[in-house]
Structure formats: structure tokens, C-alpha cells
Design a protein around this ligand. Structure first.
Ligand SMILES: C[S@@+](CC[C@H](N)C(=O)[O-])C[C@H]1O[C@@H](n2cnc3c(N)ncnc32)[C@H](O)[C@@H]1O
Length: 162
């Protein structure tokens, strides 16, 4: 598969998973967490689904398209493992969705980071809330959800916290 094909499948999977979960969560209150602002693509999509006021975005830097930068109150700057503890103090149990798109080309390091983050995510996400992730995160009480049609297993992951 060309790198272009791979990129298209990856971003299509992101869009389809986020769309699916947003439908499941209609009417649910809570904040939305975006891990990995990057270019701002998935943040912009989440904004179109949920509105900007309840989305908190984590990244160690701001390098996004100028139209896709959260305001200072909603941008949590720094290494996630440094910023998450204080965030949990503010928002424990209040997230209805966490989207994790923080992986790099180093698969082992990405999974290790995702597993460390999961300790905090488990505290932040409400019972019945969702975690959508670019990494396979195995956590007790997180139930693997079916993927949207056309998304190949292993390309993206959806969990519901029970
Ligand atoms: C794949 S990009 C995110 C792409 C973005 N979701 C988009 O759609 O444009 C991953 C981002 O995660 C950030 N990142 C990686 N490790 C991090 C860490 N430990 N703490 C904070 N940010 C991190 C990087 O700075 C990078 O911007």
C-alpha cells in the first residue's frame, strides 16, 4: 500500500470512528478530550461534532493550522504525563470522550505512552463514555467496541468504559 493510501485510510478511520461515537453519545453531557493537536485536523472535526466550548486539547506544542487552535483555556500545553495529573484534579469523571492521537512512528514508545496515559484517562472518562485511540490500550473495564464499516481491525480502536 502506498503511503498516500495508508494516510487516507488512517484519516478516514479517524473521521468514521469519531462520527460513530458522537452519534452514540447524543444527549450525553461532559467534556471532550483531544490528545495530540498536531495539525488540528481531528480537533477541527471534533469541534464540528461537539462545538469548541467543551473540548480540551493536549499537546506539547502548538503547530496547527491557525484556524484550528483552541483558546488558552482549552489548550493544555506540555508533556501529557506532566499535565494530566492536575487536569484530573479539575475534571475527574467528567469526560464523555477521549480521543488519543498521540502516536509517533515508534510503535513501542507509542503504546508505552498510551498505557501510562490510560491511568489518568480511566479517572477522567465517565462510566459509559468512550475512548477512541490510534493505539490498542488494554484496560480492565474498557470494552472493545465494533468499528464502523470499512475500518480495518487494528487501524483504530474504540472502547467504552463500563
Ligand atoms: C499525530 S500528531 C496529532 C495529529 C492531530 N490529531 C491532527 O489531526 O492533526 C501527534 C501529536 O502528539 C503530540 N505528542 C506526542 N507525544 C506527546 C506527549 N508526550 N505530550 C504531549 N504531546 C505529545 C505531538 O506533539 C503531535 O503534535
Amino acid at each position: 500500500m502506498s503511503r498516500l493510501d495508508s494516510f487516507i485510510r488512517r484519516v478516514s478511520a479517524q473521521r468514521d470512528c469519531l462520527n460513530m461515537v458522537s452519534k452514540e453519545m447524543q444527549g450525553r453531557t461532559g467534556i471532550v478530550l483531544e490528545f495530540g493537536l498536531g495539525n488540528g485536523r481531528t480537533y477541527d472535526h471534533l469541534r464540528s461534532l461537539f462545538g469548541p466550548e467543551d473540548i480540551y486539547v493536549f499537546d506539547r506544542q502548538v503547530n496547527a493550522h491557525p484556524d484550528c487552535i483552541p483558546d488558552d483555556d482549552h489548550m493544555i500545553l506540555g508533556d501529557v504525563l506532566q499535565t494530566l495529573p492536575a487536569f484530573v484534579d479539575r475534571f475527574e469523571g467528567r469526560a464523555k470522550l477521549a480521543h488519543c492521537d498521540i502516536g509517533t512512528g515508534d510503535k513501542e514508545a507509542s503504546i508505552a505512552l498510551a498505557m501510562k496515559m490510560s491511568v489518568y484517562l480511566n479517572k477522567l472518562v465517565q462510566t459509559g463514555g468512550y475512548i477512541v485511540s490510534d493505539q490498542d490500550i488494554q484496560v480492565d473495564g474498557w470494552v472493545v467496541q465494533p468499528l464502523p464499516e470499512g475500518v480495518k481491525p487494528g487501524r483504530y480502536f474504540i472502547y467504552q468504559k463500563t
